[in-house]
Design a protein around this ligand. Structure first.
Ligand SMILES: NC(=O)C1=CN([C@@H]2O[C@H](COP(=O)(O)OP(=O)(O)OC[C@H]3O[C@@H](n4cnc5c(N)ncnc54)[C@H](O)[C@@H]3O)[C@@H](O)[C@H]2O)C=CC1
Ligand SMILES: CC(=O)C(=O)O
Length: 382
């Protein structure tokens, strides 16, 4: 198989979908890897390193898309990339289709086999290809909130850690999964006063076990969210329902009740955002906007800013799945692995991930109607 890796073009997206180690693995298995020139530069990986590992470098993105049977990316394709898809091509990347009707239409039109990193899910319910970037973004969210709380960045002038005799910042985290847990870890490490809310009591038990009495846990319901948001100096949005548009857990009224100069970092923005006042996706170039006196941050590719860490963390987990897709072909690979089958969002012009179809008001076609799945995979897919 020919695997193509274009350079990422989203604002300040410095990650790349493959490392030289990945090239060596795929080429060693008999595949060809074509990479757009300079694709690794933002992650500190040179064209020479890719060449030495066995890749072929191409000048233009169109050449990469044209040559490849499978495109590997980091972020969802942008509008200028839609015309580059080949009919029936496999696209293996973060897709976040629920808030992306136009991208979804483009994938359906070209019958792209869209396999989304973020919905690959083994039977244990984990999201192994989302986890490392959620670890990164969760940790970053507190660094970012701490900086925005400084007066020159628009914040109220509160030091996250406080000092002896003066209370630290209050941090409220809505959603206690990977992002939430990593945000809590850094916020507690900095000495903040941290409250985390989740709707899953077992998750709250787990968080209570690992962090002990330093972390306040609260069941997520509108009453508790309202109170915890009102007192927050920094609010972190970290809710996810896999594949779906994020539910607006924090309402406009709740944000209006926050003090001016408070900060919201809505990490869940890649799925549309879980804070009602986050009405736009921002970029690393212009990361914030102010609404009701509260500074909002809603960058959808936060890990792109720490690309050297993120590229290696991401490709550590994507490579085994990419290798399975390349070695077996996508049909055999998804027939043999329920996790990969759950990653298929579009195929043959149909949406095969229910939450995506629901979010976009499109017809949902079960994967089994498109691919002849064995019973053991199909019965676990719905
Ligand atoms: N902006 C960015 O650059 C990045 C964004 N993300 C996004 O961050 C979001 C969170 O990701 P993860 O933490 O990995 O997901 P996760 O699945 O590990 O955690 C989500 C948590 O939300 C909880 N939840 C669901 N409904 C809730 C509700 N009504 N109230 C409170 N909690 C609720 C779930 O119980 C779960 O514990 C996702 O949208 C993910 O794509 C992740 C990495 C980078
Ligand atoms: C998960 C995601 O949106 C990112 O890593 O950019």
């Amino acid at each position: 198989m020919i695997i193509g890796i274009p350079k990422e073009i989203k604002n300040n997206e410095n990650r790349v979908a493959i490392t030289p180690a990945g090239v060596e693995t795929l080429v060693g298995a008999g595949h060809q890897v074509v990479i757009e020139k300079n694709a690794g530069a933002g992650s500190g990986i040179s064209d020479e390193q890719y060449l030495a590992a066995g890749a072929r470098m191409l000048d233009k993105p169109a050449e990469v898309y044209q040559a490849a049977d499978m495109i590997m990316k980091v972020k969802e394709p942008l509008a200028e990339e839609y015309d580059l898809f080949k009919e029936g091509q496999v696209l293996f990347t973060y897709l976040h289709l629920a808030p992306e009707p136009e991208l979804t239409r483009a994938l359906l039109k070209k019958k792209v086999v869209g396999i989304a990193y973020e919905t690959i899910q083994p039977e244990d319910g984990s999201l192994p290809l989302l986890t490392p970037m959620s670890e990164v973004a969760g940790r970053m969210s507190i660094q970012i909130a701490a900086q925005i709380l400084e007066k020159p960045h628009g914040g109220k002038g509160v030091l996250m850690a406080g000092v002896p005799g003066v209370a630290p910042a209050k941090v409220t985290i809505v959603g206690g999964g990977m992002v939430g847990t990593n945000a809590a870890k850094i916020a507690l490490g900095m000495g903040a006063d941290v409250t985390i809310l989740d709707k899953n009591p077992n998750r709250l038990r787990y968080l209570d076990d690992i962090f002990g009495a330093r972390l306040k846990t609260l069941m997520s319901n509108s009453y508790n969210v309202k109170a915890a948001v009102a007192e927050a100096d920094a609010l972190i949005g970290a809710v996810l329902i896999p594949g779906a548009r994020a539910p607006k857990i924090v309402t406009e009224e709740m944000v209006q009740a926050m003090q001016p100069g408070s900060v919201i970092v809505d990490v869940a923005i890649d799925q549309g955002g879980c804070v009602a006042t986050v009405d736009r996706v921002t970029t690393h170039a212009e990361p914030t906007f102010i609404k009701y006196g509260v500074v909002h941050y809603s960058v959808a590719n936060m890990p792109g800013a720490v690309a050297r860490t993120s590229t290696f963390a991401l490709t550590n987990v994507t490579l085994p799945y990419a290798a399975a897709l390349a070695n077996k072909g996508y049909e055999k690979a998804i027939k043999e692995d329920i996790a990969l089958a759950r990653g298929v969002n579009t195929i043959d012009g149909k949406v095969t991930y229910k939450a995506v179809a629901q979010a976009l008001n499109l017809e949902y076609v079960p994967l089994a109607q498109v691919v002849d799945l064995p019973a053991n995979i199909n019965e676990h897919l719905a």
